[in-house]
Design a protein around this ligand. Structure first.
Ligand SMILES: *Cc1c(COP(=O)(O)O)cnc(C)c1O
Length: 395
């Protein structure tokens, strides 16, 4: 047998797909997958029906219950969900959409997919790194059609305030709720919200997403557009709706499959407990950081409603972040950055030149994301915080 490589040499990109259990190397995120998920996958394979069937339907129903909504629409990613929402709402060339720059690129890309123009907005402050409503309002033009909110790190944006703004300006309010699965407020004020079940999110189907929308007509349109704009799917035809179908609108293939839905059904059972665990770990991080390294700031008021998706902290301005990242890596702790500002990526710089968002830029330069996932325990949080304190204090 080969000797185990020392913890400091482990590269998370080369780590085996089976989750690490001893956490000699602490990854930044880690999906919880076990025998229930394996069993659920085997059942799908044995059943012989592998896409868009009963399990997708059941997954949509279970997710609707958790979010306390009538219905949800499962899709194959959050990105597809956002694309579908914008397409179904008829947003397109000539339209402008307000989006934060402090987000994953998918939030912005979906605006480009439909031919509209993303207008990038700064954050409120280092302490409250969500899109600034005041800045958004100042960037409104007669072409502005919609706003895409991101509940960055899982912390809920002020939905009533955004809704008031959207109504006053006649704009469509959309949520990129990729970080906020499990929060009942999602979809209550917006026309539509998209969730993500990518591998590093609060629950996973490997790849996958879902849409919440209150208007039944919009939902019906999105259901059809999810499957090529056809009047019926294979499953409905198999179940007696007859062999014929019509294509009545331009759609996509954004369908979820039965294997993913089966994993999702299992994951949903644990979501609430996992989100609670994330909250406990976040509170512990706050307490220990305050004790060991008070110059490191944890953004957000701790009473903000959150699904605690990630654990962002802001380093003091005079600390070399790359040195901290390296020393944590040497201590067997993975960290990451959420996010490099989108407006500074080459692709966007070329298309949206001279965008300046000073608060987003400062936040992104100083932000560090610490490990946060349900299988982390108090001792791990202690270890991460100690290592961070040591590194910030240059010991
Ligand atoms: C992960 C993520 C997405 C994309 O989700 P996919 O399901 O991978 O398409 C979009 N927006 C944000 C903010 C995300 O974190």
């Amino acid at each position: 047998m080969l000797a185990a490589a020392p913890a400091t040499k482990v590269d998370i990109n080369e780590a085996p797909l089976t989750p690490v259990t001893d956490f000699s190397f602490i990854p930044v995120a880690d999906p919880v997958l076990g025998s229930d998920e394996k069993e659920a996958l085997c059942e799908v394979i044995d059943s012989g029906w592998i896409t868009m069937g009963e399990r997708v339907q059941r997954f949509e129903e279970d997710l609707a219950k958790i979010h306390a909504v009538d219905e949800t629409i499962a899709v194959n990613s959050c990105t597809a969900g956002l694309h579908l929402i914008l397409h179904a709402l008829g947003i397109g060339p000539g339209d402008e959409v307000l989006v934060p720059s402090l987000t994953f690129v998918a939030t912005i890309n979906c605006v480009l997919y439909v031919g509209a123009k993303p207008v990038l907005v700064d954050i409120e402050s280092l302490d409250n790194p969500l899109m600034s409503l005041e800045e958004a309002e100042s960037k409104c033009t007669e072409r502005t059609r919609a706003i895409i909110l991101v509940h960055y790190a899982g912390y809920l944006a002020d939905l009533p305030a955004w809704k008031e703004f959207a109504d006053r300006r006649g704009l469509l309010l959309i949520e990129d709720a990729a970080h906020a699965t499990g929060l009942k407020e999602v979809g209550t004020y917006s026309v539509a919200a998209a969730l993500s079940f990518y591998g590093n999110k609060n629950m996973t189907t490997a790849e996958g997403g879902a849409i919440i929308a209150s208007d039944p007509d919009l939902r019906d349109r999105m259901r059809k557009m999810r499957g090529h704009g056809l009047t019926s799917g294979t499953f409905q035809r198999h179940n007696g709706s007859g062999p014929g179908y019509d294509m009545i609108m331009l759609g996509f293939n954004f369908r979820m499959d039965e294997l993913r839905a089966a994993i999702g059904i299992v994951q949903l059972k644990n979501l609430e407990a996992w989100n609670l665990k994330r909250r406990q770990l976040t509170n512990l991080y706050r307490a220990l950081l305050e004790e060991y390294v008070p110059e490191v700031v944890v953004p957000f008021d701790e009473n903000t409603t959150s699904s605690y998706h990630i654990m962002p902290v802001i380093l003091p301005g005079d600390v070399d972040r790359s040195r901290v990242i390296k020393s944590l890596r040497d201590a067997g702790i993975q960290t990451t950055i959420h996010y490099p500002p989108a407006h500074l990526f080459s692709y966007y710089r070329e298309r949206l030149p001279s965008v300046k968002l000073p608060k987003t830029e400062e936040y992104s330069e100083r932000e560090l994301t610490l490990p946060l996932f349900p299988r982390l325990n108090d001792a791990h949080v202690e270890r991460v915080t100690q290592a961070l304190a040591k590194s910030v204090h240059c010991e």
